[in-house]
Structure formats: structure tokens, C-alpha cells
Design a protein around this ligand. Structure first.
Ligand SMILES: NC(=O)c1ccc[n+]([C@@H]2O[C@H](COP(=O)([O-])OP(=O)(O)OC[C@H]3O[C@@H](n4cnc5c(N)ncnc54)[C@H](O)[C@@H]3O)[C@@H](O)[C@H]2O)c1
Length: 384
């Protein structure tokens, strides 16, 4: 995999993530020493007027209304998939076959079969690939990884993660269509398991290693909703809430919970790790802080420290402002594209690759199987 001097980007989808990625593509070269130049070549959306308006606002040179045309363009080196989950597999496979680098939003796919096809396609084509599990690159979460890898926690006993929202409580909310595709199982693949827990699982395995078995429960609180596209009241096929227990390969125990029915919570992603010597706690609503407790501290001053992760020696932070000034959500995407390109310049691939993200698909698959069977389910492991 070689890196050209100029990487010409073709973006598919101009919604929430289309904006987050475009912002990152524009900012990365200003703040990080990139090994190449990024060019916003073309954006694809099915509505030509909207796509043109997006292209003008963000500086894309051209517009396509069919992703197949974008993938075929000779002047595009990298295809960035920021469209809903049902589009990921087909686009990624076509892009890999066309020899493009492929970035894909999470979850990698709607199910394991699609995800495995995607991994096979990028690996067979030998094209660079990465999945946008961006929370790994919150400086406080990256710092947590550093502290764990340095052995500061000692043996890990517990991992605890939650991702709580409250936006689907109303029974009058329809499902499907442009705004509510996350509620349509055919488009999303699953509910909170593939959407929210996938993030928690990716971070968890990055910090604490592979998950080997799970037992889960899911619930669909509102069983029928009007479908925006058909106008009919139809069964709801997604999980509205999911809680599961897990065992990690390192012997630690975990609890995971996600819901869109936790009144008052908008995007409360928290994680806690308890080790033999030390514990770590992180909260997305306070994302620039890492809470750290070290039992080895002198007794009279022992307690939870709230580390403001803004110093020059904290991950990523020397590229930004002066110590004490914090950054936010959008910067995680800047970090991710910068890491992707600098890894390629070294002849490596930044994580998570499609194969790394397949490991998360195996966990979400086991979670959904367990919720259906009522039993503990083993988790398939990726071949490295
Ligand atoms: N990394 C994260 O934290 C994060 C956050 C939100 C969403 N996501 C993921 O990003 C993806 C997109 O989510 P979003 O919130 O940006 O959705 P969105 O609904 O805001 O935007 C989706 C975009 O895709 C376009 N689109 C849909 N079908 C298309 C097709 N066939 N061809 C071309 N364009 C098409 C839509 O017009 C829209 O512009 C999903 O896979 C989602 O799970 C990830």
C-alpha cells in the first residue's frame, strides 16, 4: 500500500457523519504534519440539489448522485462511506474492487456475513481500509489506553460501559426514511446493539482485549410504528435497549448497557475499568477529563484524580492549543484521518481496520444471538 502525494476523496453521504468527516479532512493538514495533501474531489448524495449545496459549502469539486459513479471515478483515490448501514457492504466491496482506499462508518455492516465479505474484499484488493470508531481517539480515552498498556492498573477485574440516550421514547415517532433509518431494522441491521454498543465494544476490546462470551437481554418497548416510506404501521424489528454481561480473555468481567429510553440522557457514554492497583473512569459528557484512582498513592492524599487531558504530553494535544484549553467531539475524526495517513506513510495500517471491526461484529452478533436464545453464547474470534 503506497501513499500518493495527493489523496483525492470521494465522500458518500452528506449527513451527520458526512459533515464530521469533511470537517476532519479540511482541518487535519492544518494541525497535523500529514504525509500527503487531501483533496475533496467529489461528494455523492441521491438528491442533486442537496449534494451541490453541500459541495459548495464544504469545498468538494464535483457531485455525483449515484455512488457507483463515484466509486468508478479515476480521479478518486479514497472512498469514504458515511451513508446508512445498509449501504456499507455493497459500496465497500465495489470500492475495493476498483482499487480505492476505503474508509467506512461504524458499524462495519448490518451483520457478520456482510462484514466478512467486506474484509475479504479489501484484503483481496490490498487496499488501505479503516472504520470510524472515533472514540478511541478522544485524547482522554487514548490516555487510558496508554496507562493500561504501561501496566498501571495491574490485573483487570472489571469493565463497565454504558451508552444512554432518550430520543425514541415517544410512541408516535415513526420508523424509517431519511431521518429515522436507525429504527428500521432492514436499514440499520439492529438497534442500540449495532449503533451504540458497537462503539462501547470497540473501545472495550481496544483497551482490555478480546471478549470471549456474552449473555444478553434486549427489549423493543414500542412494538409497532408507522413507517415513513410505506405510510403503514409496521412491526419494529430493532432492539430499543440491550444489556449484556461479558467475559474477557484476560479473565475480567464486564457489564454493558445501551438504550434510547433513558429519559434525560442524550449521549451518555461512560466507561470504567477496575484493576488491581488502579481504576479509570471516562464520561463522554466531560470528554476532556480522565478520572484516575491509584491505590499506591500515599494514603493521606489518595483519591480520584480528575486529569484535564490538555497538556502537550497528552495524546494528540500538542498539535492543538496551549495547555488548559480543551478540544471536543469533532477533533476525534481529525485524529483518526491523520493517524490513517501517517500509518500508511510508514507502510502500516491504522486501527481499526475492517478486520479489527469484524471483531466487534462478532460480539454484537453473539449478543443478539444470546438475547434470542437466553443462553451464554461464545464469541467468534478474528484470525489475526
Ligand atoms: N462514528 C460515529 O460516532 C457515528 C455517529 C453517527 C453515525 N455514524 C454512522 O455513520 C453512518 C451515517 O450516519 P449519519 O448519522 O451520518 O446518517 P444521516 O442520516 O445523517 O446521513 C446519511 C447520509 O447518507 C445519504 N444516503 C443514504 N442512502 C444513500 C445512498 N444509497 N447513496 C448515497 N447517499 C445515501 C443520506 O442522503 C444522508 O446524506 C451510519 O452508518 C451510522 O451508524 C457513526
Amino acid at each position: 500500500m503506497t501513499l500518493p502525494k495527493e489523496v483525492r476523496i470521494g465522500l458518500i453521504g452528506y449527513g451527520f457523519m458526512g459533515r464530521a468527516h469533511s470537517n476532519a479532512f479540511l482541518k487535519a493538514g492544518h494541525f497535523f504534519p500529514l504525509p500527503c495533501r487531501l483533496v475533496l474531489k467529489a461528494v455523492c448524495g441521491r438528491n442533486a440539489d442537496n449534494a451541490r449545496a453541500f459541495a459548495e459549502r464544504w469545498g468538494y469539486e464535483a457531485v455525483e448522485t449515484d455512488w457507483r459513479a463515484l466509486v468508478k471515478r479515476a480521479d478518486v483515490d479514497l472512498v469514504d462511506i458515511a451513508s446508512p448501514n445498509d449501504t456499507h457492504a455493497e459500496i465497500a466491496v465495489a470500492a475495493a474492487e476498483a482499487g480505492k482506499m476505503v474508509l467506512c462508518e461504524k458499524p462495519l455492516a448490518r451483520n457478520v456475513a456482510e462484514a466478512e465479505r467486506m474484509v475479504e474484499a479489501v484484503e483481496k484488493a490490498g487496499v488501505a481500509n479503516m472504520v470510524w470508531y472515533n472514540y478511541r481517539r478522544v485524547p482522554a480515552v487514548t490516555l487510558a489506553k496508554q496507562l493500561i498498556d504501561e501496566g498501571r492498573l495491574g490485573r483487570v477485574f472489571h469493565y463497565r460501559a454504558k451508552f444512554l440516550q432518550d430520543w425514541t421514547i415517544s410512541k408516535d415517532l415513526p420508523q424509517g426514511g431519511a431521518a429515522l433509518w436507525r429504527l428500521d431494522v432492514n436499514v440499520a441491521g439492529s438497534g442500540v446493539t449495532g449503533d451504540l454498543l458497537a462503539h462501547c465494544i470497540d473501545t472495550a476490546m481496544w483497551l482490555n482485549g478480546p471478549i470471549t462470551q456474552v449473555t444478553a437481554m434486549t427489549e423493543t418497548f414500542i412494538k409497532e410504528r408507522k413507517h415513513t416510506l410505506t405510510g403503514r404501521v409496521e412491526p419494529v424489528g430493532i432492539d430499543d435497549a440491550c444489556a449484556f454481561l461479558a467475559r474477557f480473555a484476560n479473565g475480567s468481567l464486564a457489564t454493558f448497557e445501551a438504550t434510547r429510553y433513558a429519559r434525560g440522557h442524550k449521549a451518555l457514554y461512560t466507561l470504567e475499568i477496575n484493576g488491581e492497583h488502579a481504576s479509570i473512569f471516562w464520561d463522554l459528557h466531560d470528554l476532556h477529563r480522565l478520572q484516575y484512582f491509584d491505590h499506591r498513592d500515599q494514603g493521606i492524599v489518595r483519591g480520584w484524580r480528575s486529569i484535564h487531558v490538555t497538556d502537550g504530553d497528552h495524546p494528540y494535544m500538542k498539535q492543538w492549543w496551549v495547555p488548559g484549553l480543551q478540544i471536543g467531539y469533532e477533533h476525534t475524526f481529525v485524529h483518526q484521518i491523520a493517524d490513517f495517513l501517517s500509518a500508511l506513510a510508514r507502510g502500516e495500517q491504522a486501527s481499526p481496520t475492517f478486520r479489527d471491526a469484524l471483531a466487534t461484529e462478532y460480539v454484537t452478533d453473539a449478543v443478539l444471538r444470546s438475547a434470542a436464545s437466553g443462553s451464554w453464547e461464545p464469541v467468534r474470534q478474528i484470525a489475526k
